[in-house]
Design a protein around this ligand. Sequence first.
Ligand code: SF4
Length: 213
Amino acid sequence: MQQIKTDLRVYKQRNFMDKSKTPGRLMVNEYLKQKYGCKVYRIALNGGFTCPNRDGSLGTRGCIFCSAGGSGDFAEDPKVSITQQIEAGKKRVEKKVKNGKYIAYFQAFTNTYGPVEKLRKLFTEAIEHPDIVILSVATRPDCLPDEVLDLLEELNRIKPVWVELGLQTIHEKTAEYIRRGYPLKVYDEAVRKLKERNLEVITHVILGLPGET
Ligand code: SF4
């Protein structure tokens, strides 16, 4: 598994240097195809979480771009189990492609904002599915206490774990405008801790926010 992560970094570097190749999603898709021998699809899951920017801990209105569904409007139905959500996602993909592999992508709201035992149950159920090759967890950098990092590190020894952080901007003024609710140093510290534990980090940014060039 360590080898997979190292390969991914090398692959990213090489391809970003090769201008003839398209960087970004296509490049990662290609990497995954080579690694797993087939196309790898994301299944957007809903673990029934909320967000500190929604439940009143930091705010109630959320980030200005966030939908009522916590930016997970196309995720599966949270009323059913994670296994059932994965099966529902697979069924849709299999209408077009058979024998794919899948990333269990916990997308809706803040997916580490809850008791660690709840996280353990949901994430373990996802990685135990035989067709899941990667666990990907979307969250905020201010919602990664040590016990959650310990859990992610532990799961990363079973199957690769990606942590997707919603940074959106490096500029504090813009962060305030979009109601992100944490300063840049919190992101920096979270990335440092995740890297220390050998977890793959994916950063979400929004290009061209008002006042930015
Ligand atoms: S942190 Fe994520 S879930 Fe929470 S309000 Fe912002 S975009 Fe929505």
